[in-house]
Design a protein around this ligand. Structure first.
Ligand SMILES: Cc1ncc(COP(=O)(O)O)c(C=O)c1O
Length: 459
């Protein structure tokens, strides 16, 4: 047992986790998981439908995080399941290099239909991390093809998360994702993050203060010169570092400065894509069109791995030069546009469209986002809560960490919620909520009250 955690809580968790049918847990080295703690008290999911999971004991668990920001339409949706099943029976795999299959083209067209105007090209990858590295390479190659090959510097932002591949961890600003790996892509610099609790604590929606953080780009241009800078990548809402909503005017300012200096603007929409903020993409919610968008997760409702980069037409056209038999962009994955992922993506976009899910969390929705906001903000004043942040169907509840033991308090709240039958997610000492977009008011109440109970008994 991990002695650092509250023994009573661990006992409860172990009681839940120790049940018949648990497989041998030894061989699997789990990702981003406290392996030893987990294997003492496994949390094993067996089944899912709509807003719920069931664990291997048959216990119902309300999903407050759409799996992992993925399952925007809720779990096991029939159209998606049927599309995958049919595709698996029809054609398992098609080589994506110098060959194609109709569903990849169809899915790209369908994504373009909901993307910001002028962003008409889609390149497929298999995850958010791959989408990010694809977009960074696209930016570098784009400038080179245009004859500005000195533009090799990539800019990210403190507290950014862009997946785990070398490009992503380099532009990312999460120290924890870099400190063990030493080697990273050279020639990277970072803007400051926009989190400013002294001025913006408990903002409902976009914080009022902080547009001026975008001026950091001018400073970096003054330091490195624009002729050396290829791209800036930011998450419109940073999720993995604790739900950081962009201050009013910040993204607009970043766009203006990128345009002024010929720098490409990349929005990493791996978590904000597909309805999370009340529009298909956060670019539309915030009224700012980047040059490249990375997405994944909600693209297939999490059912089959897939990522994508959506590019402005002009970027694609720039590559289309030289002899026609030559490959224009030397990049791609064996599983780019995999038939099962494309089928899942088409089933997903159909489901979103039929149920109005891509706009439900916005002003055209039925008020669920406002209800959710009210719910999460009602946690202000509960023990340990030092800030609440939200936008659309994203909520962040920041806790005062235990001195010298970062993450421990939030993790104990996570375990308590799990014991109570609600799945939440914590990052650092912040609880990050991102429920399926089919959530109803009763589910919001249950999530909020479960967290309240856990906070009141957290050490
Ligand atoms: C903004 C952002 N970019 C990239 C990624 C990486 O995606 P994946 O885990 O699919 O590689 C994530 C994952 O949460 C993310 O939140």
């Amino acid at each position: 047992m991990n002695k650092a955690l509250d023994p009573a809580l661990m006992q409860a968790a172990e009681a839940i986790g120790s049940h018949v049918g648990t497989p041998d847990l030894g061989a699997y080295w789990m990702p981003f998981t406290a392996n030893r703690q987990f294997k003492q008290a496994p949390r094993l999911l067996a089944r899912a439908s709509g807003m719920h999971y069931w664990d291997t004991q048959g216990r119902e668990v309300l999903d407050g995080v759409a799996g992992l920001w993925c399952v925007n339409a809720g779990h096991n949706r029939p159209r998606i399941t049927a599309a995958i099943q049919q595709q698996a029976a029809e054609m398992d795999f098609a080589p994506p290099f110098q060959m194609g299959h109709p569903k990849a083209f169809e899915l790209a067209s369908r994504i373009v239909q909901i993307a910001p105007a002028g962003m008409g090209k889609v390149f497929f990858a298999n995850s958010g991390s791959e989408a990010v590295d694809t977009a960074l390479k696209m930016a570098l190659a784009y400038h080179r093809v245009r004859g500005e090959g000195t533009r090799t510097r990539l800019l990210g932002r403190d507290r950014g998360y862009h997946g785990v591949n070398f490009g992503g961890i380099s532009v990312g600003g999460m120290v924890g994702n870099r400190k063990h790996f030493g080697l990273a892509v050279a020639g990277v610099d970072h803007l400051r993050h926009t989190h400013d609790p002294a001025r913006n604590a408990y903002s409902n929606g976009q914080p009022a203060h902080g547009a001026e953080f975008a001026d950091d780009l001018e400073k970096l241009v003054a330091m490195h010169d624009a002729s050396n800078i290829a791209a800036v990548i930011v998450e419109p809402i940073a999720g993995s570092t604790g739900v950081l909503v962009p201050p009013i005017g910040y993204l607009q300012k970043l766009r203006e400065l990128c345009t002024k200096h010929g720098i490409l603007l990349i929005f990493d929409e791996v978590i904000t894509g597909f309805g999370r903020t009340g529009a298909p993409f956060a670019a539309q919610t915030f009224g700012v069109t980047p040059d490249l968008i990375t997405c994944a997760k909600g693209l297939t409702n999490g059912a089959v791995p897939m990522g994508a980069v959506i590019a402005r037409d002009e970027i694609y056209e720039t590559f289309m030069q030289g002899p026609e038999h030559m490959i224009e962009f030397l990049h791609g994955y064996t599983y780019s546009g995999h038939p099962l992922a494309c089928a899942a993506g088409l089933g997903t976009l159909d489901t979103y469209a039929e149920e109005g899910l891509l706009t439900r969390a916005g002003p055209q929705g039925d008020g669920i986002a406002a209800y959710f906001a009210q719910g999460v903000h009602s946690l202000k004043g509960e023990p340990h809560v030092i800030d609440v942040r939200n936008h659309g169907l994203v909520g962040g509840i920041e806790l005062q960490g235990i001195a010298g033991e970062p993450t421990k308090r939030a993790f104990s709240v996570f375990l308590d919620c799990w014991a109570q039958g609600v799945l939440i997610r914590t990052t650092g000492d912040t609880i990050a909520l991102s429920p399926p977009l089919i959530i109803e008011r009763g589910h919001v109440d249950r999530i909020v009250e479960t967290i309240r109970t856990a906070l009141r008994r957290a050490a």
